[in-house]
Design a protein around this ligand. Structure first.
Ligand code: AKB
Length: 332
């Protein structure tokens, strides 16, 4: 059909209406349930559909629509977009850095083939498409403190390579076919009630839980490894604000967002203010350490501040206070 050629066939894209109909892929990862909650408050419960290839816990079923969707099955994906009149797609399915290095074939399939399916379907149906990128899209030859928006990107992980590919393909589809592609480079995300899925920054989330539950933790990165980090509420708010930004204000389609940066040592010191008995040992994983050593220590996010008003709220001390409250009160 003509729409398969992705011509500019959607001048009045439904993405421009007040209440978008949103599909979130990879919805059972660290961010999907939280984003669905935020978007449902704004756009209505039934206008936000969470999807994944796994069966969700009961509370996810009770909080709004959940369906099976496999990003590697483009027929299934196309059916979902058409049957539900989807106008925004948030593509959270991905294999993260640590898991990717252990299973390159899977990372290629999910992060590259899956992304191709998503791009084609989004372009065919005039969707607004959000795909997260990451600090992992930089590498050892990128400037590290901070990493600018535009610089050398030669990551050494399959995860990073696939995310640079996603940035470039999305921007290409934007220029070539008018796809409303939007991409944020996320730092490591810290959350209390959802677990990260196999990344290099996971140690930080795990340290919070171990600190509260057992009082001791074995860290797999060196104590002086400084990485950009962000509390989940900042990340989800950034995503919503960026998704709502008028297209004319976006001078770029891929933006860095920054909040705080810390090392394991900084985090331990901050946690020990509330939990003085906390004991940390270090058992460095050389693969993860090499990944982290090639990532930036901070991201330069002036373009996001200028174009769509980005401003983070949580610094390290606020982040630690909030995480400890959530974990200790069992809100997890
Ligand atoms: C990872 O560590 O792989 C992710 C990321 C920073 O993209 N959390």
């Amino acid at each position: 059909s003509s729409s398969r050629h992705f011509g500019r066939t959607h001048p009045q894209s439904c993405a421009d209406t007040d209440h978008p109909k949103v599909l979130i892929t990879g919805g059972l990862g660290q961010l999907g349930v939280g984003l669905a909650k935020l978007l449902r408050r704004r756009f209505g419960k039934n206008n936000v559909i969470l999807s994944d290839i796994r069966k969700p816990p009961n509370h996810v079923y009770h909080n709004g629509p959940f369906i099976f969707s496999d990003i590697l099955d483009s027929k299934n994906l196309r059916e979902i977009v058409v049957n539900n009149n989807i106008s925004w797609l948030v593509h959270y399915s991905a294999v993260l850095s640590a898991v990717g290095e252990n299973n390159v074939a899977l990372a290629k399939e999910v992060n590259i083939t899956g992304l191709h399916n998503i791009l084609d379907i989004a372009a065919e149906h005039g969707l607004r498409l959000f795909v997260p990128s990451t600090i992992g899209a930089f590498g050892p030859s990128s400037p590290r403190d901070p990493a600018p928006e535009l610089c050398v990107q030669r990551p050494r992980t399959i995860y990073g390579v696939s995310k640079v590919h996603a940035e470039l393909m999305g921007e290409y589809y934007h220029h070539r076919y008018g796809l409303d592609f939007r991409c944020l480079r996320y730092p490591g995300i810290i959350s209390a009630d959802s677990q990260p899925g196999g990344g290099t920054t996971d140690y930080a989330v795990q340290m919070f839980h171990a600190a509260v539950k057992t009082g001791c933790f074995e860290c797999n990165l060196r104590s002086d490894t400084r990485l950009p980090m962000m509390y989940i509420d900042d990340c989800l708010r950034a995503t919503l604000e960026f998704l709502e930004a008028p297209a004319e204000s976006l001078l770029s389609r891929t933006y860095n967002i920054n909040a705080t940066s810390f090392t394991p040592h900084d985090l331990v010191r901050e946690l020990q203010k509330a939990l003085p008995g906390l004991k940390i040992t270090y058992n460095v994983d050389p693969v993860l350490q090499a990944i982290a050593d090639g990532w930036p220590m901070a991201l330069e996010d002036g373009a996001a501040q200028r174009d769509w008003g980005w401003k983070h709220e949580y610094d390290l001390s606020e982040l630690v206070r909030t995480m400890l409250t959530h974990i200790s009160t069992g809100n997890q």
